[in-house]
Design a protein around this ligand. Structure first.
Ligand code: FES
Length: 242
């Protein structure tokens, strides 16, 4: 069930958790190299529906948002079905100023895109309890439509353009999750992550929460089999709107 929160009502909580996230990330306790090495081997993982069958790209309605976890079992990704094809090979800049090519949408309509659902500002994310980010087709309270909005502090990202920052305090795009489309099977697979991924900071910041949610032995594992993609309002108990 989706519940609308009064944004002002949760800002205190969110501001504190985001600040804590930034501080914990800066302190850093996990070895960066280990995480980076794992990412280089990010697996190709097929996206599945809730019954475990391959997700059919042609059956996904425009303006749908699904959430799956990738490349780690605890790191959320937004799969968004846009209402129009995207341009391919858009030049994008990561958090260190390096350029990379965003490949554009996949699927029969070239309109299916995926991004890490961890905000590039202070790591607010789409969790099972609360989704701080969502895709809004209508204008958000910051004056932008068809953007991914993080309700923590209003960062807005353009999903049709590599998740470039449109508004708000974030300084660089959400990390892209590369997708591949199998035309014969009409299926979609996640094939890797490009851009500024924040997984190390995310794990540093939310270790206790993630351990209790996914289990101490499992919470940092790489996804190796299919990833179930759920509608955002089934994945999260509360989807914040702003
Ligand atoms: S955490 Fe600040 S805008 Fe997302």
């Amino acid at each position: 069930m989706t519940t609308r929160y009064d944004r002002r009502g949760f800002m205190g909580f969110c501001g504190k958790s985001a600040l804590a996230a930034g501080m914990a990330g800066a302190a850093g306790t996990l070895p960066t190299a280990a995480m980076a090495d794992l990412l280089e081997d990010a697996p190709t993982v097929k996206l599945l529906d809730k019954d475990g069958a391959p997700l059919k790209a042609s059956e996904l309605a425009p303006n749908t948002t699904l959430i799956f976890n990738y490349p780690y079992v605890a790191t959320p990704v937004m799969l968004i079905v846009l209402d129009a094809p995207t341009e391919a090979d858009t030049q994008t800049k990561d958090g260190e100023g390096h350029t990379y090519l965003w490949q554009g949408g996949v699927g029969p309509g070239r309109n299916i895109v995926a991004y890490s659902a961890i905000c590039a500002h202070l790591l607010s994310y789409v969790g099972h309890e609360t989704a701080f980010l969502h895709y809004n087709t209508e204008e958000n309270e910051f004056g932008h439509a068809k953007v991914i909005t993080c309700c923590a502090h209003g960062s807005s990202y353009d999903p049709a353009n590599g998740a470039k920052v449109v508004a708000g305090p974030a300084e660089y795009p959400l990390a892209t999750v590369n997708l591949a489309y199998d035309e014969a099977e009409d299926s979609i697979s996640a094939t890797g992550v490009i851009g500024t991924e924040l997984f190390k900071k995310f794990y540093d910041s939310f270790r206790q929460d993630l351990r209790s949610e996914y289990g101490r032995a499992k919470y940092r594992k790489i996804v190796t089999e299919g990833a179930v993609a759920l509608p955002i309002d089934e994945y999260s108990e509360y989807v914040l709107e702003c």
